[in-house]
Design a protein around this ligand. Structure first.
Ligand SMILES: Cc1ncc(COP(=O)(O)O)c(C=O)c1O
Length: 250
């Protein structure tokens, strides 16, 4: 039996998926398999994979050691919704490798991690307001979709929602500052100190490195006012620690 072509898959996707795809990437591309750094689409075209599954496929597709570990585990079951020994061991390895990590919580997405971090900051401080930086990406929650890619100009610190459907109450809970502006950040934190629960920042904002002293200034000001500082390291996370995690698991 002949396999459907990529064109046929696209037509089928149009019927059952909004905008004809999973929503992350050009829906015309329908990938079939990956080996190492290469992927192939449904028509057999080969690509170098710079997406790496949006992060998790760091060691490439179908890595023999990963495959061996996954296959060994599958024989004993895939998921239980309870704690398990392998997950506890991994938590030990990560806490060991990341100097600031005392404990960790597993979640399914970065959006959830950021949402919980912001909620935790509110619970801890008893305050409501979150400060984020224009252009910073913290997932898909209402708070996160404030001034991520603003289509209109607004006066700082007023946020511009990036999506329809975000209630005014969520907008009222967020203020926005320009990334890398130390003076502005210090001023806005001091001015809103009694209302601020947390400051959330990508230490490397997309492709923009922090200027010297920017992160130190955030650390200083948030500590001074008892505000939680949230480093969202979904992109950079564990960068220095990955090799030590991999080494220990071997
Ligand atoms: C810095 C940052 N925070 C949060 C997220 C959201 O992660 P997820 O897509 O897993 O919800 C991303 C995703 O790329 C990210 O880069």
């Amino acid at each position: 039996m002949t396999q459907p072509s990529q064109q046929e898959w696209r037509a089928r996707a149009q019927k059952v998926l909004p905008a004809g795809g999973f929503g992350n990437y050009d829906p015309k591309v329908i990938l079939k398999k990956g080996r190492g750094s290469r992927v192939w689409d449904e028509d057999g075209n080969e690509f170098i994979d710079f997406l790496i599954g949006s992060g998790p496929m760091l060691v490439g597709h179908n890595h023999p050691e990963v495959m061996e570990a996954v296959q060994a585990q599958l024989a004993d079951g895939a998921t239980f919704f309870t704690s398990n020994a392998v997950g506890i061991e991994l938590a030990e390895v990560i806490c060991d490798a990341v100097p600031c990590a005392d404990q960790l919580r597993y979640v399914s997405t970065g959006s959830e991690a950021d949402m919980y971090a912001m909620r935790l900051a509110r619970a801890h401080t008893g305050r409501d307001l979150i400060l984020k930086f224009e252009g910073g990406y913290h997932g898909m929650s209402g708070e996160a979709l404030m001034s991520m890619a603003p289509q209109s100009l607004a006066n700082f610190p007023m946020p511009v929602p990036d999506s329809a459907g975000i209630p005014q109450s969520t907008r009222d809970g967020v203020i926005v500052a320009p990334f890398n502006d130390i003076t502005f950040a210090r001023q806005i934190i001091a001015e809103y100190a009694d209302k601020l629960a947390g400051v959330i920042v990508e230490p490397l904002q997309r492709l923009i490195p922090p200027v010297p002293e920017f992160l130190n200034a955030l650390r200083e000001e948030t500590t001074r006012h008892g505000i939680v500082l949230i480093f969202d390291e979904v992109v950079t996370g564990c960068e220095r620690s990955q090799s030590s995690c991999v080494r220990r698991f071997r």
